[in-house]
Design a protein around this ligand. Structure first.
Ligand SMILES: Cc1ncc(COP(=O)(O)O)c(C=O)c1O
Length: 412
């Protein structure tokens, strides 16, 4: 396997099995899983409803392709379209978030007949040629080649923004002002789209103030520029407050992309777009595995569990419980420059005390210590100095408290 794949931990672990919020390694050690393979196992390992749906579908048919009608795919498309908030929606399934974003850019550039795209600083949108072009993390950028003309705008990552001292409204105003100037000074003709994660995932759960993207979109609308919300990490109620991350911003995107959690571990991703945009593609286009019956069955079972069990409500309640416990711990720890998050996505940004100079070594040490205390957490951030925590959407209060105790012990 390639050297660019890397494993967590000085002594990597091999996960053998999982049940609910826990996983076991090959040596039989049990860990509380607060990362879900990067927010992808979303409602617990071996969830009875999802496993049953996969078993049932596996016994019927695994793959047919979109050359034939497929009941699970159509049912899932209808369920996602209905909840997308996007008017006259069309859903196209892909196999990864990268491919979903690639499709969004294909649609936007075709619809607007422009190769100019805006993305946010500190963004991550995937690993492919197109997705890397709209990603602004030098550690993930292996090429500068692209057929796109991409400009990166301010706003997603407040802690390291030149406008960080400003209050919410002034911060948003400054970023919108910068967007206007960027467009006035640097664009040539029409710009196709702006793509943004409502909360930046790989970027360390960095958040703009509520309403930020609505304010940005007003300027985009003035120029006909489309807005794409990358909901790969923020969708399905994870933020607790909303079903989609974009809903904190008083805005309706022209397209949204989804992946990760919706299949609870099975390969499933896609894009929702207004019909007039989706139908820009007037030649043949298809994805062999996109929306295959097995993925769609897993997706339906996952989505219906999220809705039937009100897991968005659980994310909100457990998020409040997490913050109440961790805010005082973070305030008392001089190496934590910021505790930020909402619902069930929380980040600790480690810096040298009294500064915002990143301290990836401290993050690495706490990461290892969490493992010793039986807790799996993630890393992120531009400098690798951010810890990411994303418990299952159905995490119980006992599991959450166990994770908080392990994290607190690891920090000290
Ligand atoms: C916000 C966001 N968009 C897109 C992607 C790419 O998804 P995938 O790895 O499924 O291609 C990721 C993956 O981490 C992501 O976090």
């Amino acid at each position: 396997m390639p050297s660019f794949l890397h494993t967590y931990y000085a002594e990597p672990i091999s996960i053998d099995r999982g049940e609910g919020g826990y996983v076991w390694d090959l040596e039989g050690n049990r860990y509380l899983d607060f990362f879900g393979g990067v927010l992808t196992t979303m409602i617990g390992h071996d969830h009875p409803r999802v496993t049953a749906a996969i078993r049932e579908q596996a016994g019927k048919v695994l793959h047919t392709s979109t050359l034939y009608l497929s009941a699970p795919m159509i049912e899932l498309a209808e369920a996602i379209a209905e909840r997308s908030g996007i008017p006259d929606p069309r859903v196209f399934f892909t196999t990864s978030g990268t491919e979903a974003n690639d499709t969004a850019i294909l649609l936007a550039t075709s619809y607007r007949k422009s190769n100019q795209v805006l993305a946010m600083r500190n963004s991550y949108h995937g690993r492919s040629f197109t997705a890397q072009a709209i990603t602004s993390h030098s550690s993930w950028s292996s090429t500068s080649l692209s057929g796109l003309q991409v400009q990166f705008v301010h706003g997603g990552y407040r802690l390291r923004s030149p406008f960080r001292e400003l209050d919410d409204d002034a911060y948003t105003e400054a970023c919108v002002g910068d967007l206007v100037q960027l467009l006035d000074m640097t664009s040539a003709g029409d710009v196709a789209a702006m793509i943004a994660e409502p909360i930046q995932g790989v970027g360390g759960f960095a958040m703009a103030p509520d309403g930020f993207f609505g304010a940005m979109k007003k300027e985009l609308d003035n120029r006909g520029i489309l807005f794409i919300a990358d909901e790969v990490q923020t969708g399905w109620g994870r933020t607790g407050e909303h079903f989609w991350g974009y809903q904190a911003h008083d805005v309706v995107p022209d397209m949204l992309t989804f992946a990760k959690g919706v299949g609870n571990g099975i390969t499933l991703a896609g894009i929702v777009a207004r019909a007039e945009i989706m139908d820009t593609i007037d030649v043949l286009n298809f994805s062999t595995f996109g929306g295959n019956p097995l993925s769609a069955a897993a997706g339906l079972a996952t989505l219906n569990t999220v809705l039937d069990d009100d897991l968005q409500g659980n994310a909100k309640a457990m998020g409040a419980r997490f913050e109440a416990a961790m805010r005082p711990v973070a305030d008392a720890d001089p190496t934590i420059a910021e505790l930020r998050g909402i619902g069930l996505m929380w980040a600790l940004e480690f810096c040298h005390p009294g500064t915002i100079e990143p301290d990836p070594a401290r993050n690495a040490a706490v990461h290892e210590a969490c493992k010793r205390h039986g807790l799996l957490v993630g890393k992120g951030g531009l400098y690798g100095n951010v810890m990411r925590l994303a418990p299952m959407l159905n995490v119980t209060a006992d599991e959450l408290d166990e994770g908080i105790a392990a994290l607190t012990a690891a920090l000290s």
